[in-house]
Design a protein around this ligand. Structure first.
Ligand code: PLP
Length: 385
């Protein structure tokens, strides 16, 4: 059976040509420890890391690649940003569509450090307005944390406008780009983004076990992890120098070589083309589903541009069951349940039932969408309505 992979919001698959080869090249020819030895193989591994930092910096408009730090995923990057920056008694503004990778560290800081949190909700039209962030600013507001796009509905947040408000009030802005890195244009300078957390295994087409965090030069954060950095080894303190300050222990050179190949692919294709393709497929899906009776979709109207994520339910059939049948009978990989974002499910009213999520990548086709729509129609009919 042909597999139709529609779970790209979790991890993209397949990967572009070159990713596997770049990883095999490390294993076969230079899997030495980067930055730890003066020998040729260690230097070659170090060069791969530098190139990965440089290409990602190009993609995100980061001036100094040493302000970009590697982590194993977006969750670790977000934990570093949130726990490393917030202090007791601070106030933070976030949103009601955040993933648990943002919400849980925030709630942990509330419990342990008395951090105050304001979650901004979308208005009645289901859209977010930057003005609502301005209204929420308090004297002790020290951080604004927002997802660039929802992993449940694909809704894109007005990050640029939120960035302007953050800058006016001198409040740093942390953006969770898990659903947009490699998909939407991101320029940390012009968008006033002070910290940017991103996974390597989604829209950047790298392997799992890769991700990163950009931290603006002027921000001081406590490192979450202390240890060997291959530099200033005589000191008992973590070096101030970047990137070592936030990168203790051996990094994932094999994975990062794959991420470099993925980032090169994205830079060659261009995020505009990638987004256009994914949005075309998402809109086609929504239009097709809206023509079937008994289907409920979530998020704003069809005319509002989103990333390639669509969530829906078939009335009277459990989301998990729909996803299971799609997988077992049709070879269509989707994701059902709460997508690690119970807050967003509460926001769209699916906190009891969850939803089926389909999410597109650059390698999906219009035929994939037609096959999905046909499968949904058949499942619906098999349940007699
Ligand atoms: C919006 C959002 N934030 C954070 C994450 C966590 O990403 P990772 O799995 O790389 O830690 C995800 C993953 O699904 C996500 O969609």
């Amino acid at each position: 059976m042909r597999i139709i992979y529609l779970d790209n919001a979790a991890s993209t698959w397949p990967k572009p040509a070159g990713v596997k080869e770049a990883m095999a090249e490390v294993i076969d020819h230079y899997a030495a420890n980067p930055g730890r030895g003066g020998h040729a193989l260690s230097k070659r591994a170090g060069k791969t890391l530098f190139q990965t930092r440089a290409q990602l910096s190009r993609l995100f408009g980061i001036k100094n690649p040493n302000n970009l730090f590697f982590f194993l995923n977006a969750t670790q990057a977000l934990n570093q940003a949130i726990k490393g920056y917030l202090q007791a008694g601070d106030h933070v503004i976030s949103t009601t569509i955040e993933h648990n990778a943002v919400r849980r560290p925030l709630e942990y800081m509330r419990r342990t450090k008395n951090v105050e949190i304001t979650y901004i909700a979308p208005r009645e039209d289901q859209l977010f307005y930057a003005e609502d962030f301005r209204q929420a600013v308090q004297a002790n507001t020290r951080l604004i944390v927002v997802s660039h796009a929802s992993n449940l509905t694909g809704l894109i947040l007005p990050v640029e406008e939120i960035g302007k408000i953050a800058r006016e009030h001198s409040i740093p802005l942390l953006v969770d780009a898990s659903q947009t890195a490699g998909i939407l244009p991101i320029d940390v300078e012009s968008m006033n983004i002070d910290m940017l957390a991103f996974p390597g295994h989604k829209g950047l087409y790298g392997p799992q076990g890769t991700g990163g965090l950009y931290i603006n030069d002027s921000l001081e954060l406590e490192p979450l992890i202390h240890g060997g950095t291959g530099s200033q080894s005589e000191s008992v303190d973590q070096p101030q120098k970047r990137p070592e300050r936030f990168e203790s222990g051996t990094v994932n050179t094999v994975g990062l070589a794959g991420l470099l190949a993925g980032a090169n692919f994205v830079l060659e294709r261009g995020v505009e083309e990638i987004h256009k393709h994914e949005w075309t497929l998402a809109r086609m899906t929504m239009e097709g589903l809206s023509q079937l009776s008994g289907i409920k979709m979530y998020g704003p109207g069809l005319d509002i541009e989103r990333v390639g994520v669509v969530s829906f339910n078939i009335e009277g059939i459990d989301a998990t069951e729909v996803s299971f049948i799609l997988d077992q009978q049709y070879g269509i990989a989707t994701r059902a349940g709460y997508h690690c974002t119970p807050l967003a499910h509460q926001t769209v009213g699916t906190d009891k039932e969850g939803a089926v999520r389909v999410s597109f990548g650059i390698f999906n086709t219009e035929q994939d969408v037609r096959d999905l729509l046909q499968a949904v129609k058949e499942i619906k009919e098999a349940f007699h309505f």
